[in-house]
Ligand binder design. Structure first.
Ligand code: AMP
Ligand code: MG
Length: 487
């Protein structure tokens, strides 16, 4: 069933220009008595959608999977992936793409319903999602956006009276996810294994045209494409490391070709600085621990390069050499971006050779003393003590003196230094205890106020307002926290 277009839909289906191997048709499963519990007005407007109309009965029915917008050709996408290192055939088992909203600047945004019901790829699953994990994705993805980190966005969460069967029956939820695309490393792996060589090329051409159109005229477009994806990932992972974000499930199907953070399952932010931090209950080996994220990104990019080898060179040896050379660029580039980001967090404008050890010595001391990562940088920014008393230790005081000497060498005014630090050290992050409390109120009591309040505070974490300060308290002690790949 379609309806008149007062909402402003301008949906394209460019993805379906790819061979049918890459998708299968899918219809959303309707939901009973849907209610929009969160709606992202600013995002709706940036997509040139009428935010009032989208929240009306008609709009709600689309967000609830009960009807589809004009010209929507709904599909589920095929992909594969290395999950914790093992290769598997996957695909959208609980997500349905409505189409790509094209804005006036001709940009395309995937509009996808997550928890939309069974698709061809659902295997034994029900294709549904419970409300809690959808709310969690909403708050964390929007927090990431507020932090200035590329991410898929969340347009709305709809709750319905349908129940989904998990360990206990839970209310169904649907998240409307917005992404520059859902092309993944795993999409290339899928084409490589289940398609012809020409399918990988078609996919690469599509990805280049959609995300890196300036490379179309290059004489070696596929190498440039690979380098561009590598650069986006180096930037993305360095931005995660700088705020203490732990993705938790960096499988190759969860690495986006356009460099957005995607798939908010067991992710969480680190409190006390510790490179071995793992939150996910299923990551028993610590494969995706905080300190491993750059190495995993490199591993995933290696899997990506493998799919592109025939496009790099028809001579396999030469193709492998090219891939190796490009992959070698990852760590130097990541380190450069990360160190630049750390300098900014410390209010430094220039690069000195000694900066790396200055940064690492602070982090080592934080790790040894179990200091809170975010709070330590705030203490430096506002010249105050940390709640966990790390700043009263002799080790920290000695380090602070070195830092002040280093600042003195640049001779910037304190107000310029502090401004730089305020822009790079968030006043707050979505602390696990705050997220859990807000989710509990939303899911158990249908009280959405705590979550709204948290999201408002996270909208611009670099504002350093008094309302943010009230939510910035660190958990003392930092109690162990576990996340689950909730569906
Ligand atoms: P994820 O953990 O979200 O990356 O999902 C891994 C794979 O499992 C993807 O192919 C999902 O589509 C699929 N999946 C997750 N939950 C469900 C579900 N409730 N029903 C069917 N497929 C699912
Ligand atoms: Mg996934």
């Amino acid at each position: 069933m379609t309806q008149t277009n007062t909402i402003g839909w301008n949906l394209k289906n460019s993805y379906q220009s790819l061979p049918e191997l890459f998708y299968s048709d899918a219809e959303p499963t309707a939901s009973k008595n849907p209610e929009i519990v969160f709606f992202n007005r600013a995002l709706a407007r940036s997509l040139e959608l009428d935010d009032e109309a989208l929240q009306s009965e008609n709009g709600k029915d689309i967000l609830a999977g009960n009807t589809v917008p004009e010209r929507a050709k709904t599909i589920a996408q095929s992909y594969a992936g290395h999950q914790f290192g093992s290769f598997t055939r996957l695909g959208d088992g609980r997500a349905i793409l409505l189409g790509e909203q094209q804005t006036k600047d001709r940009a395309l945004y995937d509009i996808q319903l997550k928890g939309a019901g069974k698709t061809w790829y659902s295997r034994g699953g029900d294709g549904l999602a419970s409300i809690g994990p959808m709310l969690r994705e909403y708050v964390i993805s929007e927090a990431m956006h507020g932090l200035g980190i590329p991410t898929t966005r969340s347009l709305a969460v709809v709750k319905s009276d349908d129940m989904v069967v998990r360990e206990q029956p839970l209310k169904r939820g649907i998240l409307t996810r917005v992404a520059k695309s859902h092309l993944r490393v795993g999409t290339f792996q899928y084409a490589n294994v289940w398609g012809e060589e020409s399918d990988v090329q078609k996919l690469a051409d599509y990805a280049i045209e959609r995300h890196y159109p300036h490379l179309m005229a290059e004489s070696k477009p596929y190498e440039k494409f690979f380098e561009a994806v590598l650069e986006e990932q180096a930037q993305l992972i360095s931005s995660w490391q700088l705020v203490g974000f732990i993705h938790g499930v960096m499988n190759t199907d969860n690495m986006s070709i356009c460099g957005e953070t995607i798939d908010y399952g067991p992710c969480a932010f680190m409190n006390t600085f510790d490179l071995s931090t793992v939150f996910s209950s299923i990551d028993v080996q610590g494969r995706y621990k905080f300190g491993n994220q750059p190495a995993i990104a490199h591993w995933n990019l290696t899997r990506f390069a493998e799919t592109l080898l025939p496009l790099f060179d028809e001579n396999q040896e030469k193709a492998i050499d090219k891939a190796k050379n490009m992959l070698e660029e990852f760590f130097p580039r990541f380190n450069e971006l990360w160190l630049d980001g750390m300098r900014a967090k410390l209010g430094l404008f220039e690069s000195y050779k000694t900066d790396y050890s200055l940064v690492v010595d602070l982090l080592d001391a934080m790790q040894a003393q179990q200091a809170d990562y975010t709070d330590t940088f705030l203490a430096l920014t506002f010249d105050k003590e940390t709640e966990d008393t790390f700043t009263t230790t002799t080790e920290f005081k000695k380090w602070k003196q070195r830092w002040q000497e280093r600042l003195g060498q640049e001779g910037q005014s304190w107000s310029d230094v502090q401004d730089n630090m305020k822009q790079h050290n968030p006043a707050l992050i979505p602390r696990n205890h705050l997220v859990e409390d807000a989710l509990q109120a939303a899911v158990q009591e249908e009280d959405y106020q705590p979550m709204q309040k948290l999201m408002d505070a996270l909208e611009n974490p670099y504002a350093h307002s008094s309302s943010q300060e009230a939510l910035a308290q660190i958990p003392v002690p930092d109690t162990p926290y576990q996340t689950f790949c909730g569906t």
